[in-house]
Design a protein around this ligand. Structure first.
Ligand SMILES: [Zn+2]
Length: 141
């Protein structure tokens, strides 16, 4: 059983922080995935009806004589979701950099004394298990 009270303060804080970063990273990836789906729908509409988006220079009345109201909605929706995808990609990238830096830091420190026990103990094993159970990979850099 993972007993956090036996783990050194700094390693406790690091494990709390990396679990928080992992959740944030996964959440952003989920939002990125959902915004990609939300982008695909209006984008496919635009591809399907692309000919209606072309301007006409023959007709003096209207520049876009064939465009319909749903076409305009699809265009706005695709731009809005593309902006969201860009935003989530950047945020995910930033969190991933922090997450990997902390993960490597923990990997570098895992070999040192990480607990306050004076007897033989299995704190290190439990600490690693605790992080692995939270989806944090401490094996592959
Ligand atoms: Zn210990």
């Amino acid at each position: 059983m993972y007993d956090q009270s036996q783990i050194s303060f700094i390693m406790q804080k690091k494990s709390e922080k990396i679990i928080e970063l992992k959740r944030s990273k996964d959440d952003l990836l989920r939002k990125l995935y959902l915004s990609s789906i939300a982008f695909a729908i209006p984008f496919l509409w635009i591809v399907r009806y692309h000919q209606r988006y072309f301007p006409s220079f023959e007709d003096s009345g209207k520049l876009f004589p064939h465009i319909t109201y749903p076409d305009v909605i699809a265009l706005i929706a695709s731009i809005a979701t593309a902006v969201l995808m860009y935003y989530y990609t950047r945020q995910h990238g930033k969190v991933k950099v922090k997450y990997d830096a902390l993960r490597h830091d923990i990997m570098d420190n895992i070999g040192t004394v990480i607990c306050i026990c004076h007897d033989q103990c299995n704190c290190r094993e439990e600490y690693i298990k605790h992080l692995v159970d939270n989806g944090i990979d401490l094996v592959i850099r």
